[in-house]
Design a protein around this ligand. Sequence first.
Ligand SMILES: Nc1ncnc2c1ncn2[C@@H]1O[C@H](COP(=O)(O)OP(=O)(O)OP(=O)(O)O)[C@@H](O)[C@H]1O
Length: 242
Amino acid sequence: MMEALSARGLWVSRGGNGGAASKAVLKNVNLSVRRGHLHMLLGRNGSGKSTFMETVAGLLPYQNGELEIEVSPTRMVSQNPDHSIILPTVGAEVAFGLWDQALDPDDVRERVRRALSQVNLGGLSEKAIGTLSGGQKQRLALAGALVESPKLLLLDEITSFLDAENQFGVLRTVKALIDGDPTGDLSALWVTHRSEELQYASSASLMENGEIVGVAQSQAEMDSLVRQFEEICEGQRRLMTP
Ligand SMILES: Nc1ncnc2c1ncn2[C@@H]1O[C@H](COP(=O)(O)OP(=O)(O)OP(=O)(O)O)[C@@H](O)[C@H]1O
């Protein structure tokens, strides 16, 4: 199987506990992430990107269609690292992901060291989390996922709260992780509303109003997907302007 993740004809409703007030938020979504790809899911706020991510992560049920995740483990990193970080120091936070694996302490230390160096936080194991910058915290959250040797990373707008320098720093780190993975099997689904990030994507999908309205299978097709997105945003701005 070439795919890490494949959704076909996926329908997801939210709200109203499935009753009369629930509404279809994802409508017939087809989306595949190939192994070894950094696949970006681009869309405006409210288009349904997070709903798709939560469904893939198994946090939301789907009502129709098929969802196959062909690799494991899968690890998710969310927008705000402050929501997931719980321990006082960098090293302890990363090691937390391994607590249930009955590893010996040297092994844990080595894995934590490796995960931190993969995100350019090497040597900061003893640092207090309160002293980290926003960009460092998001890298730490990424290390917390990487320490578990995931095959699929689910990254939900992880650059939202970062300035441009850190935004591209984190993005380049993820790209380098995928390109440098010795098995060639590490993949990521990267959710974003920032079209400038697509220059780093291997492939991308455009979501609008809960539907996939465009796909780019390579960088060569990325410009026209970005233009399509900009036209959607422009159309929306015209609608909102009296
Ligand atoms: N808990 C919920 N209950 C009911 N409806 C919801 C819930 N969460 C989201 N929705 C609705 O689902 C739709 C898609 O939201 P979703 O958060 O998936 O979009 P998004 O593209 O990720 O947007 P954002 O970038 O703002 O997070 C929106 O219309 C939203 O109002």
